[in-house]
Design a protein around this ligand. Structure first.
Ligand SMILES: Nc1nc2c(ncn2[C@@H]2O[C@H](COP(=O)(O)OP(=O)(O)OP(=O)(O)O)[C@@H](O)[C@H]2O)c(=O)[nH]1
Length: 301
């Protein structure tokens, strides 16, 4: 069977209901961490499966804070994440309609160009009468050529299945980007990798090897309530491995302790963290798909 996979950016003003929708689509387990994901630089917010399609939801941070004057170049840069996504979903609150913030986003959508991949999701339809919805949908569609319009209530679940199915159909044919058994805790794995990378940066400063990346390879919940986390630190050269390990392994040991402490605090339970350094000259090519997207979780830059 043909598999599909790709990136979906949920955009909208603060409070539009992005997290609520994401949690509906992705499932309860991830919802526990998605709010925290925003506090990191990690941009994957969750992964949903729909039939044979894997939908990877990405964040587009810092885009929609109301600003009076928008510097075009800045906006273009900030829109990069959305532009690179395979599909974009703009969420608008039914009862608030076209606010100044929504206007700003509509302007920004022009930067993306074609509306073929942008869907409109009018959310919180439970808060307004049906006849008002049609007018709003028409208004919005007259301002931007959305590929499709959905009326949803993220909170109650109305219309969410239709939207997810539509998204799945829009994604390119592709092998899945993440193993199925990692999907639920993917955001957590990435937060943990980001923490280790941060500790390495603090410890090594300018010495930090170029093109270093951290990946969480294994995440195991133990019966005693603790978690065992295995991470690989990839470097591109043998010499870099020595730098990361440090004299008699001092550097890696200090990094491991600091990262573990932070992870324990974050999770509020005991963590056993195991770090291993590997030389992988070609990792950049392997992660091409991600750098294309401007995603920084592979290299943390
Ligand atoms: N009535 C109603 N409320 C909703 C619906 N969807 C979300 N909400 C509520 O709207 C509020 C904001 O929802 P969030 O999902 O946190 O919004 P967000 O877009 O992620 O917000 P930021 O994280 O600030 O960007 C919450 O109180 C939700 O319960 C809906 O369909 N109907």
């Amino acid at each position: 069977m043909t598999t599909r996979a790709g990136f979906v950016a949920l955009i909208g003003e603060p409070n539009a209901g992005k997290s609520t929708l994401l949690n509906r689509m992705v499932g309860a387990k991830v919802s526990i961490v998605t709010h925290k994901v925003q506090t990191t630089r990690t941009r994957i917010r969750g992964v949903a499966m729909e039939g044979e399609a894997q939908i990877v939801f990405v964040d587009t941070p810092g885009l929609f804070r109301p600003r009076r004057r928008l510097d075009r170049a800045m906006v273009a840069a900030a829109w990069g994440g959305a532009a690179d996504a395979d599909v974009v979903v703009l969420m608008v609150e039914a009862h608030r309609g076209i606010t100044e913030g929504v206007e700003t986003i509509l302007e920004g959508l022009e930067e993306i160009g074609s509306g073929r991949k942008v869907a409109l999701a009018i959310n919180k339809i439970d808060r307004v009468p049906a006849e008002k919805l049609l007018g709003l949908a028409e208004d919005l569609n007259s301002r931007y050529g959305f590929a499709e319009t959905f009326m949803i209530s993220a909170e109650r679940g109305h219309g969410v299945d239709d939207l997810r199915q539509w998204l799945a159909g829009k994604l390119p044919e592709s092998p899945w980007l993440y193993p199925e058994d990692q999907i639920a805790d993917l955001p957590m794995r990435m937060i943990a990798a980001e923490m280790t990378r941060e500790k390495l940066t603090l410890r090594l400063h300018q010495e930090l090897p170029y093109q270093l990346t951290v990946e969480t390879e294994n995440w195991e919940e133990r019966k005693d309530g603790s978690a065992r986390v295995d991470q690989l630190i990839y470097v591109v050269r043998d010499g870099h491995k020595g730098i990361v390990l440090g004299k008699r392994g001092e550097t890696i040991k200090a990094v491991s302790q600091a990262a573990r402490a932070e992870l324990e605090e974050f999770l509020d339970r005991k963590v056993h963290l195991f770090l291993q350094v590997k030389v992988r000259p070609n990792w950049l090519e392997e992660s091409e798909r991600y750098s294309e997207m401007g995603l920084d979780f592979k290299d943390g830059n």
